[in-house]
Design a protein around this ligand. Structure first.
Ligand code: IPD
Length: 266
């Protein structure tokens, strides 16, 4: 695929995600029409998840019929050129009226994340990352904090019921013992974006799915973050652990999280 073909995808899908953002925001603002159900314990679903994913799938299929699509709600198979969609990341926040949620879409070419776009319309924020071309928030270049002192670090540790609570609690304990301030924001995709713009120093999760991180890994890496190689092995189909941090804290955070591995996007 040529750089011009990647440009076309980046700009076309940025427009699509902005439209999808208006759609999702409309659902968010009319909470009575959210149709909240549960996929499992602490695993939320709203009608907006399906509607936003359907909208993106239909438009992508028309614009780039040769590209594969994987979505959190509708599934799909990978191919050399694949879009990976999370229609609403942070659905538990979305369903409760908390603004920390986003639409996430990433494009991988031959297994390499090339384009990442995140729209957080309730926050008025759009993040874009393009491999080799940097990362932006609302059009302005962003970079990681550069912090090197764990005792000044703000670290987000993601959680889901896919991992035993004891392992998660032990990781939090190691973080506090090292002197970090620990938080959880409920959107893994935005967690990565917040490392990219320096609001936090790290995002880590012991297991996360590809749709949660496909956009954020490009945005964070292009902003100068260390990002563990999430897409190694069977990451697209089964998920993987992820560690994303400002580079000066990588060693300490590998010990706190017990997540290692080489840098993604190498
Ligand atoms: C979840 C969020 C959460 C993360 C979970 C994800 P969803 O995605 O990103 O922050 O910790 O691993 O499953 O269900 O809101 O799309």
């Amino acid at each position: 695929m040529t750089p011009a073909e990647l440009d076309l995808r980046q700009y076309a899908v940025l427009g699509l995600v902005q439209q999808a953002g208006f759609m999702a925001l409309d659902y968010f603002n009319k909470s009575e029409s959210l149709g909240v159900t549960m996929k499992g314990a602490q695993d939320w679903l709203t009608v907006a998840d399906g509607a936003v994913e359907d909208f993106l799938r239909q438009r992508l299929a028309v614009m780039f019929p040769q590209d594969a699509i994987i979505g959190e709600e509708g599934g799909g198979e990978a191919s050399d050129a694949v879009w990976i969609i999370d229609p609403i990341d942070g659905t538990s926040n979305f369903a409760r009226g908390d603004r920390n949620w986003c639409i996430s879409i990433g494009f991988l070419l031959n297994g390499v994340p090339e384009i990442g776009i995140l729209s957080a319309p309730a926050l008025g924020e759009i993040y874009v990352g393009r491999k080799g071309r940097g990362a932006t928030l609302n059009g302005e270049a962003i970079k990681v904090s550069g912090q090197t002192d764990i005792k000044r670090a703000y670290v987000e540790l993601g959680w889901s019921t896919r991992i035993p609570a004891e392992r998660y609690v032990a990781m939090i304990g190691r973080g506090y013992a090292a002197g970090a301030s620990v938080k959880r924001g409920g959107s893994g995709a935005l967690g990565l974006a917040h490392v990219a713009n320096g609001r936090t120093e790290a995002y880590a999760e012991l297991h996360i799915n590809a749709w949660d991180v496909a956009a954020g890994v490009v945005i964070a890496a292009e902003a100068g973050a260390f990002v563990s190689d999430f897409f190694s092995g069977d990451g697209i189909a089964r998920g993987n652990p992820i560690l994303c941090c400002t580079p000066g804290l990588r060693h300490e955070l590998e010990q706190i999280t017990q997540i290692g591995g080489r840098q993604a996007n190498d």
